[in-house]
Each structure stands twice: as structure tokens, then as C-alpha cells.
Design a protein around this ligand. Structure first.
Ligand code: G1P
Length: 293
């Protein structure tokens, strides 16, 4: 089986739910504790053995490129001041992986953003990690998907159950459970109305896909929200080949919404050995101060 060496991180979304914070800064650069969200995602890809990453950016996303670039001036300054730890941290970011960029010229949807990666990917299997979905887990989510792909082959998509009231926010799968947590996908619907949802199993933003998906994206027309949907192309792929949904172990945060970002920040800060106790004290104090409702 061909090894997965390349990943695509779509990061072209406008971040409208986080305005004004995202007026001049991409949502993927919002910090969660001490790192921008996209660094967590690049780290997840690297932990899964990915060597080359294509970040699909758009207007106003320059800060992402600067973050993963070398900063010679900053390095020199830290060196002069003897700040060795900081220097190492900064250098490590620019040496993490081979990161490439392409701009999606129009916001035509996730399917179109992935389509922009077709030349970079060529004829090999690849991973997709959404730039605004952070997963806190013992084993990185992409590692979980790749491990399962080695056994079952085909396309493997990360899923998790969501509340019925939330199915309209996600791509939802209809599948047959082959073994606990592994579903063979029959159908997929992007952002269904609750009464149309085939299940409550939502696509969470991590995918391992074969290059054949580009054939379906090539002929894709606008779907939900008038955008070219990756889910629609995957639904077509599922008709002709094996597509699996794997329940990912871990907590998923949508950092594109204010509450999702806050929740990620609190959860990651509490889990941080250096900050956890301090954060817990702050939270208790704040809760005491603010009468509960
Ligand atoms: C995208 C996908 C959707 C998936 C979701 C996960 O939607 O289209 O299938 O469930 O990410 O966050 P978006 O959140 O970009 O609207």
C-alpha cells in the first residue's frame, strides 16, 4: 500500500464568526494557549509522518506564511540576549516540515480548496486536515486514521457523534458498522436538516483520501451553501470504491466559533502541566465571582 506522505491544510475560510478578531488576522493564527491553531495542526501532520504540507490560503493569510518562515532578525536578537530556549522554539517552527502554499483565489468552498491541491498531490494518497479544527487526543487523530487505513485501505474519514441539534453544521455519514467505531460509508450529506440526517455521525475534519477524489471534484457543482463541497465528491467516491468512517478518539474543537475557540483554550490550558493549576485557580475564582445561572 502506498504510504501517505503529503497533506493539504485548507485555511482559506474568512473567519466571519470571529470578527472583529479576524479582521486583519487569519482565524488559523488565533493562539490557543501559546501557539497558533495552525501550528497544532501542522504538528499533528508531522507526528503522522507527513513530509510535505500544502496550506491552501486566501486573502489576508500572509501571517501564516510568516509564522512558518525563518525570522533571521528575531533569531539574532534572541541569540544576542542568550535566550536559548526561545531561540530553539522559534527555529523548530521553521524546520518542522516542508510547507508549501497556494492561494484559493475565490472562496468557492472546501471541495474547491482541496481541488487547488491536485498538482501538488499528483497520483498518490493524501491527508486533509482542516485548519480550523483542533483535536485534543492521546494519539494524534491523523495517526488513528492512517493506522486503520493500513488495515482496510480505501479512503478513511474521521467521524464523531454529535447532538441531533448540531447535525446541520456538519457533513453526516450513512454507514454500516463493520466493527466498533468503523463504518463503511453508503451515503454522505453535507449540512442536512435534522429530519434528513441519516445518522448523527459527523465528519470532523480529518481525511485520508485516494487521488481519485480529484476526478469527482473536477466535475463538482455547487452543493450546500452554494459551495463546492468535499463531502459531495466523497459521496460519489463511495459509490465506486471503499470509503470508511472511523470514530476518532479525542475531543474536537471548532475554533472558527467564539465558544469553540474558548473551549479549546480552556481545555488545552488545563491540560498544560505548567499552566493547569494556575488556570484551575483562575476559573474557580471567576466562577465564585460570577453568580451561576
Ligand atoms: C466542513 C465540512 C463538513 C465537516 C466540517 C467539520 O464544513 O464541509 O463536512 O463536517 O467541516 O468541521 P465547514 O465547517 O467548513 O462548514
Amino acid at each position: 500500500m502506498q504510504r501517505v506522505r503529503k497533506a493539504v491544510i485548507p485555511a482559506a475560510g474568512l473567519g466571519t464568526r470571529l470578527l472583529p478578531a479576524t479582521k486583519a488576522m487569519p482565524k488559523e493564527m488565533l493562539p490557543v494557549v501559546d501557539k497558533p491553531v495552525i501550528q497544532y495542526i501542522v504538528e499533528e501532520a508531522v507526528a503522522a509522518g507527513i513530509e510535505d504540507i500544502l496550506i491552501v490560503t486566501g486573502k489576508g493569510k500572509r501571517a501564516i506564511e510568516d509564522h512558518f518562515d525563518r525570522s533571521v532578525e528575531l533569531e539574532a536578537l534572541l541569540q544576542d540576549r542568550g535566550k536559548r530556549n526561545e531561540l530553539e522554539t522559534i527555529r523548530a517552527i521553521s524546520e518542522m516540515a516542508n510547507i508549501h502554499y497556494i492561494r484559493q483565489k475565490e472562496p468557492l468552498g472546501l471541495g474547491h480548496a482541496v481541488w487547488c491541491a491536485r498538482r501538488f498531490i499528483g497520483d498518490e494518497p493524501f491527508a486533509v486536515l482542516l485548519g480550523d479544527v483542533l483535536i485534543q487526543s492521546e494519539e494524534p487523530a491523523l495517526v488513528q486514521l492512517l493506522r486503520r487505513r493500513e488495515v482496510v485501505g480505501g479512503a478513511v474519514i474521521g467521524i464523531q457523534p454529535v447532538a441531533a441539534a448540531d447535525v446541520h453544521k456538519y457533513g453526516i455519514i450513512d454507514g454500516v458498522e463493520m466493527e466498533p467505531g468503523l463504518f463503511r460509508v453508503r451515503r454522505m450529506v453535507e449540512k442536512p436538516r435534522p429530519e434528513e440526517a441519516p445518522s448523527n455521525l459527523a465528519i470532523l475534519g480529518r481525511y485520508v483520501l485516494p487521488p481519485q477524489v480529484f476526478t469527482h471534484l473536477e466535475h463538482a457543482s455547487a452543493g450546500a451553501l452554494g459551495e463546492i463541497q468535499l463531502t459531495d465528491a466523497l459521496a460519489q467516491l463511495a459509490v465506486e470504491s471503499d470509503v470508511y468512517g472511523l470514530t476518532v478518539q479525542g475531543r474536537t474543537f471548532d475554533i472558527g466559533s467564539p465558544l469553540g475557540w474558548l473551549e479549546a483554550t480552556v481545555a488545552m490550558a488545563l491540560a498544560d502541566p505548567a499552566l493547569g493549576d494556575g488556570v484551575r485557580r483562575i476559573l474557580y475564582r471567576e466562577l465564585e465571582r460570577t453568580p451561576g445561572r
